[in-house]
Design a protein around this ligand. Structure first.
Ligand code: F0G
Length: 459
């Protein structure tokens, strides 16, 4: 039995939202070439496109911003962030970046060569894009359970240790300049990675002397999952679990727009001083001076405060409880989801809900369109639109193993009534599921195509 947890906050500022009529929604979709990224926010009732940068900051974060120090170099805000970084992550060096992908870009620019491989449980799309853009090959080695939506493995984000070892042996350790793991595994359902698995991954990387970088976007949610599900961690604080996590690694990339609950920001952290030197030079070229990295001083203060708030256990119980509530309600009305629900999102198994639409006709895309048409809700396709790619040797399209639509829940933004409305909308879609058609792409760029692709309905 999953209850909706009462929000551990009360609301003192509101942002009006409004449902526009069906005809206007249809016109908006056409104008957007059936890509929900092309909609205007005012055309949306409930926006579950992303949990990234869409959270509600607290009064503590807003007041910290008022103390932002906008000095170009050596700002007080930087040192306040450095203190939070030291306490939680404990890496010797870090640079702020304007968001997560900027950290990925810089890491790839200085540490990745053409034709080299970067293993992970699953890379998120921007990480994948940044690796490919430098001629590298991102490789996903998550456990097989991750691809079975109904399998309730408690840590479906875990890396397959045998696959990792075999992979390094196969491509050769010289071809692996660094290794990664994503916590939680966003591309695979927002699923957590256990501490046991993190340790095993770290051991393999250490054995082969491969530097280990954690994509730490949702580290606090991952820590709380460990506390809830992994024996031996029930009495540890999420801060202690986070510290234990990062002590295993040589560095991290993070989009602070997730678990630091800010609207913009990120960082790249590492222990290696030589690498830090190169990172700083690249950062100055692309982002800004190393004590601000493309952000305003006030943004650094919001991150420093948000990193600590993101680890608050009352908040995390509410956060994961809200997602679990939505997941359970959807299952109750017969909507297939990736089980158990993730931390930041519920992933709908569109491939199974719309089983009559083949992957080449993008069932996830169809579902994303229907969600908007039916309920003014915006989710995001994470299936063949986002992840299919041509095989480098044969040119043949390789489809991902799952056709998902992600309902990402912004932090501290929507209430139980919003969750119930989402479930009602799905019930209406399910009632006419067999009449839903597929889509074809009329335009797509080479990398990260889901952001700007254009579509037309088939038939
Ligand atoms: N890594 C993961 C696991 C992510 O989820 C994201 C962003 C990034 C890196 C890149 O961070 O957006 O700050 O550049 N994910 C967002 C999402 C966009 O909707 O899941 P960014």
């Amino acid at each position: 039995m999953v209850n909706y947890p009462p929000e551990p906050f009360r609301i003192k500022m509101v942002e009006p939202i409004k449902m526009i009529d069906r005809q206007t929604r249809e016109a908006a979709l056409k104008r957007a070439n059936y890509n929900v990224f092309g909609l205007r926010a005012e055309e949306i009732f409930i926006d579950l496109l992303t949990d990234s940068g869409t959270g509600a900051m607290s009064q503590h974060q807003w007041s910290a911003m008022m103390e932002g120090d906008e000095s170009y170099a050596g700002a007080n805000s930087y040192f306040r962030l450095a203190e939070a970084m030291r306490e939680i992550f404990g890496f010797r060096f870090f640079v702020p970046t304007h968001q997560g992908r900027a950290a990925e870009n810089i890491l790839c620019a200085v540490a990745l060569g053409e034709g080299e491989y970067i293993p992970s449980n699953m890379h998120f799309d921007t990480t994948e894009g940044n690796i490919r853009a430098r001629g590298g090959r991102p490789t996903n080695l998550v456990i097989d359970e991750a691809f079975d939506p109904g399998n309730r493995h408690p840590f479906k984000g875990n890396m397959d240790i045998d696959k990792l070892r075999a992979f390094i042996e196969e491509v050769g350790v010289d071809k692996v300049p660094f290794g990664m793991i994503t916590i939680t595994n966003n591309a695979g359902g927002g699923q957590p990675v256990s501490m046991e698995n993190l340790k095993a991954v770290a051991d393999v990387y250490k054995e082969y002397e491969i530097p280990f970088f954690i994509d730490a976007c949702r580290f606090a949610e991952n820590a709380y999952f460990i506390k809830l599900r992994e024996p031996g961690y029930e009495n540890k604080t999420t801060l202690e679990i986070a510290q234990e996590t990062f002590a295993l690694a040589d560095g991290a990339t993070m989009s602070a727009k997730k678990d630091a609950i800010v609207n913009i920001g990120g960082f790249l952290a590492m222990n290696d001083e030589g690498l830090f030197q190169k990172v700083k030079n690249e950062l100055i070229l692309r982002e800004g001076f190393p004590t601000y990295g493309g952000l305003a001083g006030r943004d650094l203060d919001a991150i420093a405060t948000g990193l600590r708030e993101g680890l608050d256990e009352d908040y995390l119980a509410y956060r994961l409880g809200q997602t679990a509530y939505l997941g359970k309600k959807l299952l109750e009305v017969g909507i297939p989801i990736v089980e158990p629900p993730g931390g930041h999102a519920v992933y709908i198994d569109a491939g199974s809900l719309l089983a009559h639409i083949p992957p080449a006709d993008f069932p996830g895309q169809s579902l994303a369109v229907e969600l908007y048409l039916e309920g003014g809700i915006r989710g995001v396709e994470l299936g063949s639109v986002a992840f299919a790619y041509p095989d480098p040797s044969t040119g043949e399209t390789i489809h991902p193993k799952m056709e998902l639509v992600r309902l990402a829940i912004p932090r501290r933004v929507y209430t139980q009534a919003h969750m119930d409305y989402i479930v009602k909308t799905f019930e209406k879609i399910k009632a006419r599921q067999e009449r839903i058609r597929g889509y074809r792409i009329t335009y797509a760029p080479e990398l990260l195509r889901h952001f700007t692709a254009q579509f037309e309905p088939i038939g």
